[in-house]
Write a protein that binds this ligand. Sequence first.
Ligand code: NDP
Length: 518
Amino acid sequence: MTDRPKLTTSAGAPWPNNQDSLSAGKRGPVLMQDYQLIEKLAHQNRERIPERTVHAKGWGAHGKLVITGDISKYTKAKALQPGAETPMIARFSTVAGEQGAADHERDVRGFALKFYTEDGNWDMVGNNTPVFFVRDPYKFPDFIHTQKRHPKTNMRSPTAMWDFWSLSPEALHQVTILMSDRGLPQSPMHMNGYGSHTYSFWNDAGERYWVKFHFKTQQGHTFYTNAEAEQVIGKTREGYQERLFNTIEGGDYPRWKFQVQIMPEADAEKTAYNPFDLTKVWPHSEYPPIDVGYFELNRNADNYFTEIENAAFSPSNIVPGISWSPDKMLQARIFSYADAHRHRLGTHYETIPVNRPRCPVHHYHRDGEMNMYGGLASGNENAYYEPNSYNGALEDRSATEPPLRIDGDAARYDHTEYDDYLQVRELYAKVMNDDERARLHGNMGGAMVGVPTEIVERWFGHLKQVDPRYEAGVRAEWEKQSRDAGYDPNALPITGATPQTTKGDSAHGLPGMSHAAE
Ligand code: NDP
């Protein structure tokens, strides 16, 4: 007993009694002066911080990035030079579900990596899919509203999702992947990660290249069908956390192969597709993936809240040799992710240990809530503004990236002019086999059960333009599964109807999806 640490107040004073409150007499009320009781209750009230608006449910671990290839001719990034080893943390997540959501839901997965390089933190905030639902940031908040709860019913609404998607054909590519096998990985270890956006590399000679990041699972792409996921969720809602945590704890460290696709700067003017359009991939045949190395996850967090919940990833965090691109969604995320963390964790979120760079940090930001950094890099208290004559930190012009060559007039360009069908056709007709297509039809048809006929027909119009087999397959599944669920698929009105919601028996995932592929 005597070897155990002594309980103290949060101010460090010894605390004599943590069992009995201070009261006026045996039966009396507690006293205001029982400050530690008040402190304890007040702390409990403040244990929760705002959950992320998206990607609230997450799982993560620490690890290392190891570079085995040589891409030094494209980038001067120190962490990407041959032989480099860089500590890192990864956080995976679902997009739509709240913090208590079941892990095995059909959804896109977040794939966020923070590399603690000697030149500062590089964050790669991607997904498990190479594309996204929208290409213009104006559409992002609306899209997320369709994934969240209906304002009146407080339930999730397949009608809203399919209404939005059917009016946004650029979503076809991502929705196809979401409804394919890859939309329900067995665990975070069984999925790829993609930077999704186009980023850029720049080298010592000041040349810029466009780049796509790929992280390929070495554990295999194993997935669950909706029916299997229902079984899993019936037993545990924390299946991802359990598998990731226990695998690492058991010393079996998951790995991902790290690859890049490189595009010379001038090619961006020539490709048939817009290489900065987040709803498109760069075909492997045109820009073959180059092996760079791998990352491995080998250490669980000691404390989930301080290391995984407090982890703040933002595409604004780049390091010399790596930069952004004109991708409009990326440009918006550069602002909105850092802003989300300022809201969620506070202005000084980068001083929280898990976010703190492992290299010296010198800046002139001052004061503010929870500021624990004086910012006096020179050690001279007079150097608290810049420029100064007191030996304060100076800018480093060697970190200047080559100019981003942007040509064009400021205007609102019609983003709907792109071909949103071709790459989906490649995926559907050439990449998928018959079994994969059949499961895709079942998953998608089931997810549209109960959605007004007009919306479903609008979506079918898009599928037909991809491939008539796609439309016919999903239509047949939708009709069958609608009837099985007690709906007349051809008589669901769009106007005057109560907002459509799940029938309430959905055990997992997006409402309506539980009916699929059983
Ligand atoms: P390839 O045949 O060279 O590549 C096809 C890629 O598709 C595979 O390498 C694999 O990506 C991925 N894939 C396999 N099954 C699925 C699935 N069920 N859902 C999503 N992706 C899957 O062809 P292209 O590069 O010409 O691309 C053809 C189509 O493949 C694209 O239109 C796109 O839909 C899809 N795709 C392409 C990717 C790319 O970066 N080029 C990446 C992912 C998908 P991986 O090797 O990354 O596992």
